[in-house]
Design a protein around this ligand. Structure first.
Ligand code: ATP
Ligand code: MG
Length: 364
């Protein structure tokens, strides 16, 4: 998948812009606070349906204006497509090839993998960061996963409400709690099996990428740390059922559900050591990069072509050989990379200079 163009109107610090991209490496270069990340945020909004910085639409709207609009054109193996997203007069509108679409119809149409400096938290941050990575990656190849996860989260919320009541000493209908436990076990099974299947295909790709980035100096091993290690839906559901029902007293005292996919973690072993504890800054960056490149590889295996790689400030802290590997990874893949460093220009097919929300392109 190749992003051909991006245009923005009254988005963040951008008045109006239209940018064109080439296959291979595209570099957005400029000093701090000029509007590099804003472009990636606008592009990625089409892949995720929302801002990766968590910005609400009012926040995304350029100061002093009352709405914004964005558009992309891109092509996969078969055709050229266009998506637009606008927020005007308090209402949002999405269009695919000129026809209005709902969020669910937009997700999965344009596929992108994002590296954002906050993603370094995937290695050493709370398990929540690793779960979020996994959720986004799984949804990238199977958009229906988001619906399954939302369903699980809703059932969890209902069960937690009852457990909270119990923890306060208020009366709780035990049969109702058992019924929610059963629904939760089934929903947990759906989430677990998709995560497991994803990791089975993804892990070898991540190991390969880590080995390539580190010039075969480092090995990476990923494991899903869950409350079950079974493979069949029946056996997995049995494990969750047993967890939920045999610890009811403890959960009533805690006031929340202590088991299930919302507590899963991903174990990360780097050359035999727990990276969550021991990885250096550069190693953290390399691991996250390996995960993101592997996400792209696996996405291609499942969908037929590469997603677009959006890499925000990925180059700092990487040594020369790791940088060379990353930028050389262009080839069939399209990379859109931001940097403050002039020295990066040599590796790019297309350079876009960014200054105060203005963009000047220089094809090479
Ligand atoms: P860095 O190299 O520091 O990461 P950057 O070029 O990636 O910088 P951006 O994050 O794209 O910078 O932000 C550019 C500017 O956009 C910032 O100064 C920010 O304050 C400004 N900005 C953010 N939201 C809005 C908005 N709604 N209206 C106007 N300007 C905004
Ligand atoms: Mg930035």
């Amino acid at each position: 998948m190749i992003l051909s163009s991006f245009r923005a109107h009254q988005f963040r610090n951008i008045g109006d812009c239209e940018l064109f991209f080439t296959p291979g490496v595209n570099l957005l270069i400029g000093e701090n606070a000029q509007g590099k990340t804003n472009v990636l945020e606008g592009i990625y909004l089409f892949a995720r349906g929302k801002s990766f910085r968590g910005g609400a639409e009012r926040e995304l709207t350029k100061f002093g204006t009352d709405g914004f609009s964005l558009g992309i054109t891109f092509r996969d193996e078969r055709r050229e497509q266009a998506l637009t997203y606008s927020f005007e007069g308090g209402s949002r509108r999405r269009e695919k090839n000129g026809a209005p679409v709902r969020l669910g119809e937009m997700l999965g149409v344009f596929r992108a993998v994002l590296f954002y400096p906050e993603h370094l938290q995937i290695v050493k941050g709370a398990p929540e960061k690793r779960r979020e990575f996994l959720n986004v990656a799984v949804a990238g190849v199977e958009p229906a996963y988001l619906g399954l996860y939302t369903k699980y989260a809703k059932i969890l919320e209902n069960r937690n409400a009852l457990l909270k009541q119990a923890s306060k000493g208020l009366p709780v209908d035990r049969e109702e709690l058992v019924a929610w436990s059963e629904s939760l076990a089934l929903a947990a099974t759906d989430v677990y099996l998709r995560r497991r299947a994803y990791l089975l295909g993804f892990t070898p790709r991540a190991e390969e990428q880590m080995s390539a980035i580190s010039d075969e100096k480092e090995t990476l091993l990923l494991t899903l740390e869950a409350d079950t290690d079974k493979e069949t839906p029946e056996a997995v559901a049995d494990d969750y059922r047993a967890c939920f029902l045999s610890h009811l007293e403890r959960e009533c005292a805690a006031g929340c559900t202590l088991f299930g996919p919302h507590r899963d973690d991903i174990g990360i072993l780097l050359s035999g050591l727990d990276a969550r504890v021991y990885a250096s800054q550069g190693q953290q960056r390399s691991i996250v990069l390996a995960l993101k490149l592997a996400e792209g590889e696996y996405n291609r295996e499942k969908t037929g072509d590469y997603p677009v790689f959006l890499l925000d400030d990925v180059l700092s802290e990487l040594d020369a050989s790791r940088r060379a590997y990353l930028l050389g990874a262009g080839g069939e893949r399209q990379l859109i990379v931001t940097s403050c460093e002039e020295t990066m220009c040599g590796a790019a097919e297309n350079i876009i200079r960014v200054s105060g929300g203005n963009y000047v392109s220089a094809y090479r």
